[in-house]
Write a protein that binds this ligand. Structure first.
Ligand SMILES: [Zn+2]
Length: 611
């Protein structure tokens, strides 16, 4: 038989943490599923909420047929299965959770009612009753929005077993006492603000939370988020507190998590409310909370047209600095940023790199390189700073942190217009050629990330997967060769537009070409076409024959216009190197030496044999 639940089929091997939880919350979707299929998926790490919901809050509850109990202390699977038999209340399946071990049983039992429950009061009564009769079970399951992560194996499967809600409630239900609200934390000043809100049910909660946020009072805020009595419902909407500590390895993951915190719950507002900003005197409800595509919760007021994230709204309400707002949120939700020494060291390296490019030291030691990258330097500096927040112990190759991001994001990081992808790709090629950034070949990308990248490419129909990058530490040894490359580029008059794979291949060889275009390695190992090879030979023959006959050739005579010119630019260094030629100016001395006509400008370039 099929049931309707909230379901996410991604199979985790461990209990999701941090950002993964936000990902789960976002991806739980209304799903109609066979009970047996659900049981199997859960025992393999999929995630579900037994209820069908229109959103993430208890007010979004629609209906429910499955009821789950969570056992994680002081009992065994056998003990509870026996209890089921004793009471004749049978689960339709059960599974062990991720933290289950032989010594300490952690598991869940899932019951199915014979009819779909569509009345929230019955739902709450039944869930409470089950918790009270299975008294070793955890009461966090009171919350109808509770996420149940998957686990490791099935412990029982009688998919046809049903329970009858009315019978169980009639026989065992005892009303639970209401949670008490601690009156001592109620501030006097919130009375006036109270009258402004139309939604009287949550007024009190909301005003208390504002006071706590305004005062940046962590303890009071924690208390409030634990749950305040709600007269209509014996179950407070937020019983999943107090918060267990959640740790993050880098700022990016931490902020992603913070931005995904339920802002309605944080502020205690539901639906449309009068604007809460101090400067906006709003007498009709014009503000609400919405979630962006990437899961960030935003407070938006249509009256004053302001938008704030949880950090921003905290700054506004408390009139505090951003860092204070972040500290407050971290303390309330028990979030910890725990960077390893390696992460700190690598972040510093990236920052030092960015600064190095602006230093006098750099200009002095690598004058050609410094001039060559002058107009593009800002791109790599912005990328270096951008990626500092992504350094992560799990993302490394040869002890260097590795990064990836979409072109779209990198364009905006570098301040390049979205329709000018070419500019970014030129910069990336230039910096790869100059040993300032490494584009990682697929072999160096960690398996998990590679799979993710392939998945994204397939999803959007991209031909290539996204590039992965790492940065060497900038310094004298690192840039010695780069300065030489810069000199060659300058001598060849190569513009960024002319910086093609073929030019790099012909000028600097396969190794450097592969470094700049790692994704071509397996596509075309030679990298040059027969046609362009023939064109190069033709150019060489013309140069050599003319030089043989008159001692020199004017560059303009050989490069001409159109396709020939393009080919010449790609092949010049290869031709010079192969045949022992050099490019020099038609100076007065050289004109005499090579017997060049007077009307040739001294600025013209000529190709002659190297002596
Ligand atoms: Zn407003």
């Amino acid at each position: 038989m099929k049931v309707e639940i909230m379901y996410y089929d991604k199979k985790f091997n461990n209990k999701p943490t941090g950002y993964e939880v936000a990902d789960v919350q976002k991806n739980l979707k209304k799903t109609t599923i066979e009970i047996s299929e659900l049981a199997t998926a859960l025992s393999q790490g999929a995630t579900f909420k037994p209820a069908l919901l229109n959103g993430t809050k208890s007010a979004d509850w629609i209906q429910q047929q499955l009821f789950a109990l969570d056992f994680d202390h002081d009992t065994t699977i056998d003990e509870q299965i026996n209890k089921c038999a004793e009471l004749k209340i049978y689960p339709c399946f059960g599974y062990t959770s991720f933290s289950h071990s032989e010594q300490e049983h952690h598991f869940r039992l899932v019951f199915c009612t014979d009819t779909v429950i569509t009345d929230v009061e019955t739902r709450n009564k039944l869930q409470n009753t089950l918790i009270s009769i299975f008294n070793k079970s955890d009461n966090v399951t009171k919350d109808c929005t509770r996420i149940f992560f998957g686990g490791k194996s099935l412990i029982c499967d009688s998919y046809n077993k049903r329970i009858n809600a009315q019978q169980i409630i009639k026989k065992y239900y005892k009303a639970l006492p209401l949670l008490k609200c601690d009156k001592s934390i109620e501030p006097k000043s919130c009375k006036k603000k109270l009258d402004l809100y139309s939604n009287t049910e949550s007024n009190e909660n909301m005003a208390l939370k504002f006071e706590a946020i305004r005062a940046l009072n962590v303890d009071v805020m924690k208390e409030l988020l634990k749950g305040v009595p709600n007269k209509e419902d014996i179950l407070p909407s937020s019983i999943r507190y107090p918060f267990k500590q959640t740790s993050f390895e880098n700022e990016k993951d931490l902020y992603k998590y913070i931005n995904s915190i339920d802002l309605s719950e944080y502020l205690g507002i539901d639906g449309y409310v009068n604007c809460i900003l101090p400067e906006h005197e709003d007498d009709s409800p014009s503000a609400h909370i919405y979630t962006t595509d990437d899961g960030t919760q935003v407070y938006k007021c249509f009256g004053c047209n302001k938008c704030y994230t949880i950090i921003g709204i905290t700054e506004k309400l408390a009139q505090c600095k951003k860092s204070q707002a972040i500290e407050f949120i971290k303390s309330v939700y028990n979030l910890k940023l725990e960077k390893s020494d390696w992460v700190k060291q690598q972040q510093q390296m990236l920052i030092d790199n960015a600064n190095y490019l602006d230093s006098e030291e750099f200009d002095l030691q690598f004058p050609t390189l410094s001039k060559l990258i002058r107009t593009r330097k800002v791109h790599i500096q912005k990328m270096l700073l951008h990626f500092t927040q992504y350094v992560n112990d799990n993302m490394q190759n040869m002890e260097r942190p590795i990064f990836f991001d979409s072109y779209k994001n990198l364009l905006s990081v570098c301040g390049i217009r979205q329709d000018s992808r070419k500019i970014l790709s030129q910069s990336l090629t230039l910096f790869a050629l100059l040993n300032m950034i490494e584009k990682l070949p697929v072999e160096s990308i960690p398996e998990k990330e590679l799979t993710k990248a392939k998945h994204i490419a397939a999803k959007y129909g991209f031909k290539k997967i996204t590039n992965f990058y790492s940065f060497p530490e900038y310094g004298v040894l690192q840039f010695e060769n780069s300065e030489e490359i810069a000199k060659t580029l300058k001598a060849n008059n190569i513009t960024l537009k002319g910086l093609s794979r073929e030019y790099i291949l012909r000028t600097f060889g396969t190794e450097l070409a592969n470094k700049c275009y790692p994704q071509y390695i397996h596509e075309n190992s030679l990298g040059t076409t027969e046609k362009s090879d023939n064109a190069t030979i033709k150019l060489s023959v013309k140069a050599l024959e003319t030089i043989e006959a008159q001692g020199y050739i004017l560059e303009k005579d050989i490069k001409q216009k159109g396709l020939t010119e393009i080919q010449w630019k790609k092949s010049i260094q290869e031709i010079l190197n192969t045949y022992g030629l050099i490019k020099i100016k038609a100076s007065k001395d050289n004109k005499e030496k090579y017997n060049i006509a007077d009307d040739i400008s001294y600025q013209s370039s000529i190709i002659v044999k190297a002596i």
